[in-house]
Design a protein. Structure first.
Length: 146
């Protein structure tokens, strides 16, 4: 295992998670309309999940003798957005993060603990993608038998 490559990968992940925290919190502030309450709760829950990922990553970086990055990946700020635009932006970023994590699994194949940590984050990121896809999915009419 190339320790520097692992530290670089974990720091990149940390920077992505820090950006996710900022993006989700920002969306929780600017969302408006009759569905504001549930969306604020969802955005803030996603921000908290990203913070937990950042904590795991930062702790692991230190445990490996590295120094956790304080950088935050650039967060796109287009100004006013519709709810759908916010959700699509979040979905695109979650998919990008998921792709990055999946590519990094090869780096960790020799270290079970690192691999399992990354796989757990992958599971949670996949749940984020699923949830965002359901928010964006077409509305379905539920038939009620009488």
């Amino acid at each position: 295992m190339d320790k520097q490559k692992v530290l670089d990968a974990l720091n990149l992940d940390l920077e992505h998670e820090m950006a996710a925290i900022v993006r989700y919190l920002h969306h929780s502030f600017i969302v408006v309309g009759p569905t504001r309450g549930p969306l604020v709760a969802m955005f803030r829950s996603q921000a908290q999940d990203s913070m937990q990922h950042a904590i795991k990553l930062g702790e692991k970086i230190c445990a490996l003798g590295g120094h956790p990055s304080v950088k935050v990946q650039e967060v796109y700020e287009p100004g006013d957005q519709t709810i759908e635009e916010m959700l699509r932006e979040d979905l695109e970023m979650e998919r990008d993060h998921l792709n990055t994590y999946e590519q990094q699994l090869k780096l960790f194949e020799d270290n079970t603990a690192l691999r399992l940590m990354l796989e757990q984050i992958l599971v949670e990121e996949t749940q984020h993608v699923d949830e965002l896809e359901m928010y964006l999915g077409p509305a379905k009419t539920v038939a009620v038998k009488r």
